[in-house]
Write a protein that binds this ligand. Structure first.
Ligand SMILES: Cc1cc2nc3c(=O)[nH]c(=O)nc-3n(C[C@H](O)[C@H](O)[C@H](O)COP(=O)(O)OP(=O)(O)OC[C@H]3O[C@@H](n4cnc5c(N)ncnc54)[C@H](O)[C@@H]3O)c2cc1C
Length: 392
């Protein structure tokens, strides 16, 4: 069988975006996923406007509008001692909203768009990259219980936090301080929910947080995220942390009940840390969570998944055009552009997490300062934010 131009493993935001970018350039591209779609992905479902802007540019404006995802317009931060900080925001630059979009629907929209753009899809569980003379030439995968080799000129590993492709290419797992564990659930018995995303900090979650992301008037995605090293050191089960949060005064008075939680599930996040990880190889690229691109402060990974998917698709297309799929060529294109687009923010987030949110007393002091210098901080946030106009 003739090799594909590109095999992409994983049809999440990174993989589907890469597939769309390549298919729109006329490349013969196949998306593999171990799951039948639509499928759930354990997530907070928060999709920032910058991401929506990129997807709009890739031809998704109409389908995203038609999906009518729930838009939010404000942020609430609550400190461990109950200090409450709120601000409103409006999208700038892209004009797109900040959505809370259940991944069951959002990811299917992205995958369908990749297929409509000309990519094909196959249910297959990748086991490992196929490497010949040091160069990746395909993927070994379980297709309907049969082990097969699917060959391609370039492989893009976009198979998430437990990526089989990354495991085959990167020698080491990230250390526990560069990973997080999170639990997510849906809760639909809130009395009423404003269009506000909420982050609640607490000594037991540090340097993580608990969240409430509204999806409707009474329905929210709720959860807790904790850095893996701290989580293991404390030894408190993550379900217990979620119960503590739901049964705390703030949520209880709004009607939330632990017994009403549904679709409770845990998953892990590979945080983008200071260390530069190789993301280009001879014949292969890594994108999204497989490339360890989750924001270490906020736990957001969808934006970097979409950015890296788009850049990986474009880099693969240029490498195919030049006939040079070597690590040197792919790195000079993909890794350098990724560095330019996401690195500054990733490093800032990593430093904030390491030196501020990891220490509840330092974070509490930041809340005090934020209260005292509210006007100045709001103006600063407005200036540094590329996606939001901070309005109060
Ligand atoms: C609880 C939780 C809350 C989060 N909340 C947010 C949030 O609100 N906003 C945000 O921006 N980010 C959030 N994140 C992070 C976000 O979910 C990820 O960063 C994002 O999904 C990464 O996209 P991806 O395409 O790289 O990988 P994924 O979305 O994980 O997609 C990977 C795909 O690969 C497939 N796959 C895996 N292994 C194989 C294999 N061996 N063979 C074939 N297919 C395979 C999977 O089935 C999946 O479809 C959260 C994460 C967690 C765990």
């Amino acid at each position: 069988m003739k090799p594909f131009d590109v095999v992409i493993v994983g049809a999440g935001p990174a993989g589907s975006t890469a597939a769309t970018a390549l298919a729109r350039r006329g490349r013969d591209v196949v998306l593999l996923d171990r799951a039948e779609f639509p499928r759930d992905k354990v997530c907070g479902d928060g999709i920032p406007p910058g991401t929506v802007g990129i997807l709009n540019d890739l031809g998704m404006a109409e389908s995203l509008r038609a999906a009518e995802f729930h838009a939010v317009d404000s942020l609430r931060l609550v400190s461990a001692r109950g200090r409450d900080w709120r601000l409103r925001f409006r999208p700038k630059r892209t004009g797109a909203d900040f959505f809370i979009a259940p991944r069951l629907r959002f990811d299917e929209l992205l995958r369908s768009h990749a297929l409509a753009s000309g990519a094909s899809f196959q249910v297959a569980q990748a086991r490992a990259p196929v490497i010949e003379n040091g160069c990746v030439v395909g993927v070994r995968a379980d297709v309907g219980g049969v082990e097969r080799e699917i060959r391609a000129r370039i492989v893009i590993g976009a198979d998430g936090a437990t990526s089989a492709i990354a495991r085959g290419l990167l020698p080491e797992k990230p250390p526990e301080a560069h990973r997080a564990v999170a639990i997510r659930a849906y809760l639909d018995d809130f009395d009423s929910l404003p269009r506000t995303i909420e982050f609640h900090f607490g000594a037991r979650f540090a340097p993580g947080y608990a969240w409430v992301f509204p999806i409707g008037e009474r329905l929210a995605n709720v959860g807790v995220i904790v850095r893996t090293d701290r989580f293991k050191r404390r030894g408190v089960p993550i379900e217990a942390l979620l119960r503590e949060f739901i049964e705390g005064a703030d949520l209880r008075v709004r009607g939330a009940r632990f017994e009403s939680l549904r679709d409770v599930a845990t998953w892990q996040l590979p945080l983008a840390a200071r260390v530069r990880v190789p993301r280009a190889f001879d014949g292969a690229l890594l994108a999204g969570d497989a490339a360890r691109l989750v924001d270490a402060l906020t736990g957001e990974g969808i934006h970097n998944a979409v950015v890296s998917g788009k850049l990986a698709g474009e880099a693969a297309d240029r490498a195919l055009a030049s006939g040079d799929v070597s690590r040197a060529a792919l790195s000079a294109d993909y890794e350098n552009r990724l560095e330019a687009e996401v690195a500054r923010l990733v490093r800032r987030s990593y430093r904030c997490q390491k030196y501020i949110t990891a220490y509840p007393s330092v974070l509490e002091a930041m809340f005090v300062l934020a209260g005292a210098f509210r006007g100045r901080i709001t103006r600063w946030l407005d200036r540094v934010s590329t996606d939001f106009e901070v309005v109060e």
